[in-house]
Design a protein around this ligand. Structure first.
Ligand code: PA5
Length: 444
C-alpha cells in the first residue's frame, strides 16, 4: 500500500504536515501506553499480530461446517457487526457470482435494517433453502439484529429441525453478557467471542469479520497477514514521514484545520462501494462528536462523476478527497476494434479497459485539484485479501491517531444512544416508562 499526499499538501502552508508531528507522536504514545480517552477499547491496536494460526484454523473449521451444510448463510448484524465483513466479501466477490450456480453458500446480510419488506422478502427467499445464520452482536441486544435473529432462528428450526439448526447457527457475541450469549449457551450453538476491548467499528479482524469472510470462501490468513504487515509499518517506532497512518492522520487534520470539513472517499472499482460504507462508519463514529469532526462521505467513480461530479468540481469549497486506487485489475479485457467505427471509439481499440479507467482517474484528480479539492491517494497493487488487510489496519490506526489529534475520544459513540432511547420510549419497552411519558407529551 502506498500513500501519496502531494496533491493535498500543495493546498497547505509549507511545513503544515511536519508541524503536526509532535501531536501525532503524542497520540501514538497515548495509544501505545493506553493513556488516551477510550483506553479500554484499544484491543484492535495489536490485534493482527495477536492472531494465531490455531485461531484462524478454528474459524476456518466452523466456516467449513457452514459451507458443507448450507446453501445460504445469513449474516445478521448491524454497524460494526456487519460493515467490515460486507466490505471484504463484496470487494473480493465476482460481481455477478450471485447469478451463477455455485457449490458455496450464498452470503446474505440482514439485521442491518428494520424494513418489513426486506425481511419478508428474505424469508420468502429462504423457504425451502438449506440456510444457516451467523448472529453477530456484541451487546446481544441490538433491536435490528435481534428481531431478525428471532425470525431466522424460528424458521431455521422449523425448516431444518432443531438438531441441524444447532449446527448451522453460530453466534459471535460477548463472552458473558447479552441475549445473544444467553441464547447461544442455552441452545448449544458454536460461538465466538468479541473481545471486550474491541469496539464494533474496529472489529473486522475479530470473528465478527473473519467468520463470514471465511464462509464466503476467502483467505482470512492472507487478510490477517496484510494487516500484520501494516501493523509493523505503522508502528510507533516507524519514522514519521514513512509511517502512512501517521501521515494520513496528520494531513487530514491539517486540511480540516484549514477549513475543509468534508472528506470524500473515492474508488474507481464498483466492488469497493462497501469499502466506503465501512470507512464512513469507522471515521464518522470515531470523530463526529463534541461539535467536531470531518464529515466522511463516499462516492463510486466514475459512476458518481455523472451525479456528484458537478458538486465536487464546482460546489462549496469545503471538501477534500481520499482516493483508493487499485493499480492492477485481476482480469484482462480490451476495447475491441470495430470496422465501421460508428461509435468513434476506435482510438481506444486494443487498450485495456483499466487503462481508460486510469486515465479517468488521473484526469479527475487533475480537474478536482484545479477546482480546489485537495487529493490524497492511497494505492494498492490489486484487490485481494492481503491488500485489503493492509488497508483495514492502515485506516484503523490512522483513525485512532486522527481522533486524538482532533481532541475527541475516538472509541465511544454516545450519540448513537439518542435515537434508541426515543425508539424504545415510543415502543413502550419495559424500563422506559418515564421516557415514554415524556416523548408522548412532546408529540401532543
Ligand atoms: O461500532 C459500533 O460500536 C456500532 O456500530 C455497533 O457495532 C452496532 O451498533 C451494533 O452493535 P452490536 O454489535 O452490539 O449489536
Amino acid at each position: 500500500m502506498k500513500l501519496n499526499i502531494s496533491a493535498a499538501s500543495q493546498f497547505l502552508a509549507a511545513g503544515a504536515v511536519e508541524a503536526l508531528e509532535p501531536q501525532v507522536k503524542s497520540a501514538q504514545a497515548a495509544l501505545e501506553n493506553a493513556t488516551c480517552p477510550g483506553n479500554d477499547f484499544l484491543g484492535w491496536l495489536h490485534l493482527p499480530s495477536s492472531i494465531t494460526p490455531e485461531f484462524i484454523a478454528e474459524i476456518n473449521a466452523t466456516a467449513k461446517t457452514l459451507q458443507e451444510n448450507c446453501e445460504a448463510v445469513v449474516v445478521a448484524g448491524i454497524g460494526g457487526s456487519y460493515l467490515g465483513a460486507r466490505m471484504v466479501i463484496d470487494s473480493l466477490s465476482n460481481s455477478f457470482g450471485w447469478l451463477q450456480p455455485s457449490n458455496m453458500p450464498r452470503i446474505l446480510f440482514a439485521g442491518n435494517n428494520i424494513g418489513e419488506d426486506y425481511l419478508s422478502e428474505l424469508i420468502d427467499y429462504l423457504k425451502g433453502v438449506k440456510f444457516g445464520v451467523i448472529n453477530i452482536s456484541k451487546s446481544g441486544t441490538t433491536t435490528e439484529t435481534a428481531i431478525t435473529f428471532r425470525l431466522l432462528k424460528k424458521m431455521c428450526e422449523e425448516q431444518r429441525g432443531k438438531e441441524v439448526a444447532k449446527k448451522v447457527i453460530v453466534a459471535v457475541t460477548d463472552a458473558k453478557k447479552g441475549a445473544a450469549r444467553t441464547t447461544a449457551d442455552k441452545e448449544g450453538y458454536k460461538s465466538f467471542i468479541i473481545p471486550d476491548n474491541v469496539g464494533g467499528r474496529f472489529s473486522v479482524l475479530t470473528p465478527v469479520g473473519l467468520l463470514p469472510i471465511a464462509v464466503a470462501g476467502f483467505d482470512i490468513a492472507a487478510l490477517v497477514k496484510g494487516a500484520q504487515d501494516m501493523e509493523k509499518e505503522c508502528d510507533i517506532n516507524a519514522p514519521y514521514a514513512s509511517n502512512p497512518a501517521a501521515v494520513y492522520a496528520a494531513v487530514r487534520n491539517a486540511i480540516y484545520q484549514s477549513g475543509k470539513k468534508i472528506e470524500i472517499l473515492c474508488n474507481y472499482q464498483p466492488k469497493l462501494h462497501n469499502f466506503g460504507e465501512w470507512w464512513k462508519q469507522l471515521y464518522g463514529e470515531s470523530e463526529g462528536k463534541d461539535g467536531k469532526g470531518i464529515f466522511p462521505a463516499a462516492v463510486d467513480l466514475t459512476t458518481d462523476l455523472h451525479s456528484m461530479g458537478q458538486w465536487i468540481q464546482d460546489g462549496e469549497r469545503t471538501i477534500f478527497e481520499t482516493v483508493i486506487s487499485v493499480e492492477k485489475p485481476n482480469t484482462k479485457l480490451e476495447v475491441p476494434s470495430d470496422e465501421e467505427n460508428l461509435d468513434g471509439l476506435n482510438f481506444l481499440a486494443g487498450k485495456r479497459i483499466d487503462e481508460v479507467n486510469k486515465m479517468a482517474e488521473l484526469g479527475t484528480q487533475l480537474a478536482h485539484v484545479d477546482g480546489g479539492v485537495p487529493n490524497i491517494k492511497v494505492s494498492i497493487e490489486k484487490l485481494d485479501e492481503y491488500n485489503l488487510g493492509q488497508l483495514i489496519y492502515f485506516f484503523e490506526k490512522a483513525c485512532g491517531i486522527s481522533g486524538l489529534i482532533l481532541g475527541v475520544n475516538p472509541f465511544n459513540q454516545p450519540g448513537v444512544e439518542a435515537y434508541k432511547k426515543n425508539m424504545f420510549a415510543l415502543l413502550n419497552k419495559p424500563g422506559y416508562e418515564k421516557e415514554s411519558e415524556a416523548i408522548r407529551a412532546k408529540l401532543k
